[in-house]
Design a protein. Structure first.
Length: 154
């Protein structure tokens, strides 16, 4: 099977090194276009379901999905999240919907815009319609020189 005893020894040493390795291995997430390894550049944004249909899409039967959504406001979806990755070949950052398939295998696709409504911890790009433009503008200000907007008519 092996051409010489030294080849057998190399294989045995490699197995022993793999067995003794305590550090966690790099996540095997690859670019869907180029196949190169992707580097994470953001945190994981957990997905939540607030409609029974979202749970049914993931394999839950209709009755259980309706009961779960009725009893809880939002249900955390295990093994799915949205994360930004840097591709060395594309030279750009893209947001991907990541689904954990197995122990170290992942299925990724470009995150569609409707998926952002299921993510916790991100701001709505359109903002809250009940908040005035004045409040929205001043919430972004960092300086204290915005007192000119509060002048009293006297």
């Amino acid at each position: 099977m092996f051409c010489c005893p030294c080849c057998l020894r190399e294989v045995e040493l490699q197995r022993r090194c793999d067995r003794n390795r305590k550090r966690s291995k790099r996540r095997a997430i690859y670019c869907p276009i180029h196949g190169c390894h992707l580097d994470s550049v953001s945190q994981k944004y957990q997905l939540f379901a607030d409609k029974a249909g979202q749970l049914q899409e993931r394999g839950m039967n209709r009755k259980n999905a309706m009961l779960l959504v009725a009893s809880q406001t939002a249900v955390a979806i295990e093994g799915e999240w949205v994360e930004a990755f840097w591709c060395e070949q594309c030279q750009q950052t893209n947001w991907y919907h990541v689904r954990k398939q197995g122990d170290r295998t992942y299925d990724i696709s470009v995150a569609p815009s409707h998926l952002w409504q299921q993510v916790a911890g991100v701001m709505d790009p359109h903002g809250n319609p009940s908040v005035s433009e004045f409040t929205r503008r001043h919430s972004r200000l960092v300086s204290f020189q915005s007192l000119s907007d509060f002048k009293f008519v006297g």
